[in-house]
Design a protein around this ligand. Structure first.
Ligand SMILES: NC(=O)c1ccc[n+]([C@@H]2O[C@H](COP(=O)([O-])OP(=O)(O)OC[C@H]3O[C@@H](n4cnc5c(N)ncnc54)[C@H](O)[C@@H]3O)[C@@H](O)[C@H]2O)c1
Length: 270
């Protein structure tokens, strides 16, 4: 360990179980010397195992539905009180499509579901930053990160309306990141992660085929949840102070590939 986050304070959204990317970020942040508050939607707290993680990392849990500005306001007020000052880092690790859950096709969604998924997966990031910005709750040179997927740029049919939600999320990172940088010297970035076997990931139809295709296409192979956590820690550290408004691919090289030998093997007739 490198003490990269010694003395830093933050909020980590979205740890549901030990497979969650946010769970790994919390474990790594703790190892690097950070203090933080854990949060998730009240319903997820009832189902999940967050208290186990809280105990392990010495963190307190504050429930918040990330679509509720009221909940987010309470979260930021309590977190700064518990941690004894402003925040240095925030992780937004939240995604959910009701259309995907209910098996609705992209070409025939239920638009109430579309709106709900958009609010949870994308607008919640705007709401979170709105509260942090207007309450002046971030320290200078702080860092805010959200997680995204390459379906924001390229077509992955089974990713459904989450593709549109991720495009919106990445745009919010740039737009809000401008104001946060200009006014508070806070950086805002998204990490575009490989397919990863978590509850949210495995909800995508055909996930097993999808993950092994990405593995064969990527020269370094798929990035794991733990590797994503390591990368996130660098973005929270003082070593990346001038990186902002970026969508950063953390995918073993997948995003720049056309085809790989391993994939070609399936199509060459001897
Ligand atoms: N797993 C993948 O393949 C993959 C790939 C790229 C990006 N991502 C992104 O990583 C992030 C984390 O997902 P994960 O893969 O760790 O899965 P996960 O299911 O462990 O995490 C998703 C989290 O979102 C939370 N959430 C849902 N609705 C909420 C609400 N209203 N308020 C607050 N929290 C809410 C859930 O409770 C859960 O903890 C998501 O943004 C996801 O889209 C995942």
């Amino acid at each position: 360990m490198y003490n990269l986050l010694k003395g830093k304070k933050g909020i980590i959204f979205g740890a549901l179980d030990e497979k969650s990317i946010a769970w790994k970020v919390a474990e790594r942040a703790h190892e690097e010397g950070a203090e933080f508050v854990l949060t998730n939607a009240p319903i997820a707290l009832r189902m999940g195992q967050l208290s186990e993680l809280a105990e392990k990392t010495g963190a307190q849990i504050i429930p918040a539905d990330a679509t509720s500005v009221e909940d987010l306001t309470n979260l930021v007020e309590k977190a700064t009180e518990i941690l004894g000052g402003k925040l240095d880092f925030v992780l937004h690790s939240i995604g959910m499509s009701v259309n995907v859950r209910k098996g609705k096709a992209y070409t025939d969604p239920k638009y109430d579901f579309t709106t709900k998924g958009w609010d949870v997966s994308a607008v919640s990031f705007h709401k979170t930053m709105n509260v942090l910005y207007n309450k002046n709750a971030m320290n200078e040179w702080g860092s805010i990160v959200a997680l995204t997927y390459m379906a924001a740029q390229r077509v992955f049919p089974d990713y459904n309306d989450m593709a549109d939600n991720k495009a919106y999320l990445e745009s919010i990172a740039r737009s809000f990141g401008y104001f946060f940088g200009r006014d508070h010297k806070v950086r805002v970035n998204t990490i575009s992660q490989s397919p990863t076997p978590t509850t949210a990931g495995q909800g995508v139809k055909g996930f097993d085929g999808f993950i092994s295709y990405a593995e064969k296409m990527s020269p370094l192979g798929n990035a794991t949840a733990l590797e994503c956590a390591d990368y996130t820690i660098t973005l929270f550290s003082d070593l990346t102070k001038k990186v902002t408004l970026q969508n950063l691919f953390h995918d073993g090289g997948f995003s720049n590939m056309g085809v790989s030998d391993q994939v070609m093997e399936h199509f060459i007739e001897e």
